[in-house]
Design a binder for this molecule. Structure first.
Ligand code: MSP
Length: 642
């Protein structure tokens, strides 16, 4: 009996500085790592997903002082905020490491001592430039005009006794490693940048500071604290219990499969981290992946510009799945991307509400209408069905390929091709036409089954990116308990959708966002005419030509052989009238009885399906949604409306 060995997958995000609250840039890194972690779990890997906080450093010490708090008080509060944000974003991290924790401090001190004992750390005088916001040392040549080459803020001249790490000793070994392991630095453009940086020559790295104290003390020289980047990078192994009695996780998950970081800190991860590990005699991680930055139209986000985008506000407004979808879909991994609220709303309205949401609502509506609310048995297959089926199978394979290359946006794009093909399949096969002909029952069965099966495939594929989505779709398809059909494995074969699932239509999964409504709420000014595509302006006299009246629905019946039409009798107080209304897909006759509505009473009568309609009721509609205009007070029947 062969027991298949479970594959492990260890993925990390940077540990973020608790100098301030996090913004959508940080959220992007963490959501990207989370999507990968969820995908690997679905693929059967034993995943360990780590994030955390980089609590120490001069910048934090200064921020705390400015806020009148101790550094510990200051970071504790902000780190609570990180944890809250990750919970709201449905981040599935297995651990959260803080660099002030004992399990971390011990490992940093041990490694520092070990490298010192080996002779790769020595004491000397440091004189040079330091960027406190980036916690980075620069040479005079690098810090041209006394500005940090990374963030363009002023650097400080420092002169202090320090410990140095002989990074230069490891230059050749590092280049050799990068050459022999093409996946070590990804994407390729970042690898090339790093290789030329290293070839320019590595200098020894200053690894301790004496001018502040909010850090880990050098164990054999207490006036010094360990340089914050050496402290920070070590989190990736301290969190696994490296060097402790309980080092099970280290044995299991190290070397890490992927350190995901933003392009700003690729250098620290691909030069300082591997050379430190070499000096400490520890295996190197398999891959460092450097993604691009989220920029605003006006450039970088910054607190001083006051344009920092808070992910919590977006989640509250648009929902977690939509925010996650946007971040991943909009950012082509590796490259910089742009954020604007308009582009977020556009993605929600087009990709989510229109493409995906519509597929769910029309599929469930059709099964309800044409198959008594249960997923029917498929009959024989036509070419169009075979095409949908093979495209779905190909989509699963291409999503897997994209995920393996960490091309998350492309993976989602591939899923959306299937969503759109399924929508097209519905148009092409026109189930509403098949439903009219009893001889086409088998054909209708195939079409409805294939439609929902493709929807099931899309839903499973979306799971790593939008954690709340699958449960919502399963609820509407009546598949909550059919766990086997929720798995990635079930995508290997077409037909995982059980026949007989009982549809349970619900609210739209992704409601459309009305930009005007939102901006009206926010700043009270709406340029409605342009955004709503209003009709030509009319005068009050034009409006007064309409005779709008309050009426009560007293009788309602479906008009035979139609899907949409209802025959209504309405009471105007002094007379009763017959109206024909196209609302049968939205209201049952029963629920209309007694409703007080508004009708256009002076509309020229028209004959519809043999019934003369004397007037028209008013309803609001958008896409699949429709609601009658009713009264919120008791007003006598026949009263005028203006
Ligand atoms: N504490 C260090 C990391 C130590 S890791 C051992 C640090 N922290 S940070 O809070 O400044 O976070 C930097 C990371 O946040 C970036 O590498 C990136 O992952 C993410 N981002 C910050 N701003 C970003 C954008 N505007 N766009 C995308 N990601 C961004 O550096």
């Amino acid at each position: 009996m062969g027991i298949e060995q479970q594959k492990n997958f260890y993925i990390t995000t940077p540990i973020y500085y608790p100098s301030d609250n996090l913004h959508i840039g940080h959220a992007y890194t963490t959501v990207a790592a989370d999507s990968m972690a969820r995908y690997k779990r679905m693929k059967g890997y034993d995943v360990h997903f780590l994030t955390g906080s980089d609590d120490h450093g001069q910048k934090i010490e200064r921020s705390a002082k400015a806020a009148g708090k101790t550094p510990k008080e200051y970071v504790d509060e902000i780190v609570d905020g990180f944890k809250h944000l990750w919970k709201e974003l449905k981040i599935s991290n297995d651990d959260f490491i803080r660099t002030i924790e004992g399990r971390h401090v011990k490992v940093v001190q041990d490694i520092f001592t070990r490298i010192y004992d080996r002779g790769d750390i020595y004491k000397a005088e440091y004189e040079g430039w330091y960027c406190t916001p980036c916690e980075t040392f620069w040479t005079k040549r690098q810090a041209e005009e006394e500005l940090c080459p990374d963030c363009q803020r002023p650097v400080e001249l420092i002169k202090e006794e320090s410990y140095f790490f002989k990074m230069s000793n490891y230059q050749d070994r590092l280049l050799e490693h990068i050459k022999n392991n093409p996946d070590f630095i990804q994407p390729e453009s970042r690898r090339n940048e790093m290789v030329s940086f290293i070839k320019n020559g590595l200098e020894d790295l200053c690894v301790s500071r004496t001018t502040f104290s909010w850090g880990i003390p050098v164990p054999f020289d207490e006036g010094h604290v360990v340089y914050v980047w050496v402290d920070a990078l070590t989190n990736y192994i301290s969190a696994l219990g490296y060097g402790s009695e309980d080092d099970e996780k280290f044995k299991k998950y190290w070397p890490a499969d992927m350190h995901l970081v933003g392009k700003d800190i690729v250098r620290f991860h691909t030069i300082i981290w591997p050379t430190l590990l070499m000096a400490a005699g520890i295996e190197l991680p398999k891959q460092i992946f450097g993604h691009g930055w989220i920029l605003l139209e006006e450039g970088k986000m910054s607190k001083s510009k006051g344009n920092v985008v808070d992910p919590l506000v977006l989640i509250d407004k648009y929902g977690v799945d939509a925010v996650r979808y946007f971040l991943i879909r909009e950012m082509s991994i590796g490259a910089d991307g742009h954020y604007s609220e308009d582009s977020l709303v556009e993605r929600i309205n087009i990709d989510l509400a229109n493409d995906f949401g519509n597929l769910v609502s029309r599929s469930t509506a059709m099964i309800n209408k044409f198959a008594q609310g249960k997923v029917p048995k498929p009959g024989g297959e036509h070419t169009v069905d075979r095409e949908l089926k093979s495209f779905a199978v190909e989509t699963v394979a291409s999503v897997e390929e994209f995920m393996d290359d960490f091309e998350l946006s492309n993976a989602l794009q591939a899923v959306w091709k299937l969503v759109n093909l399924t929508n097209k399949y519905i148009e092409d096969t026109a189930p509403w036409g098949l439903a009219k002909d009893p001889e086409q029952k088998d054909r209708l069965g195939t079409v409805l089954y294939y439609m929902v099966e493709a929807l099931r495939v899309c839903t499973v594929l979306c799971g790593p990116f939008m954690p709340d989505l699958p449960a919502k779709v399963w609820a509407q398809l009546g598949m909550e308990d059919m766990k086997e059909a929720h798995t990635w494995e079930s995508l290997q074969n077409w037909g995982g959708l059980p026949v007989g699932a009982k549809i349970n239509r619900g609210d739209p999964i992704f409601p459309r966002i009305d930009i005007d409504e939102i901006s009206e709420k926010e700043d009270g000014k709406v340029e409605t005419a342009e955004k709503l595509k209003l009709k030509d302006e009319i005068t009050i006299e034009d409006f007064m030509k309409l005779d709008l009246r309050v009426a009560e629905i007293v009788k309602a019946e479906k008009i035979e052989k139609t899907d949409k039409l209802l025959e209504l009798e309405v009471d105007l107080g002094v007379e009763k009238r017959t109206l024909v209304a196209g609302i049968a897909e939205h209201y049952t006759p029963q629920e209309l009885l007694g409703k007080k509505i508004v009708i256009v009473a002076n509309l020229k009568p028209a004959k519809l399906r043999g019934v003369t309609s004397k007037g028209m009721l008013l309803a609001a509609s958008e896409g699949e949604n429709l609601g009658l205009i009713t009264l919120d007070r008791d007003i006598p029947l026949g009263a005028g409306v203006r």
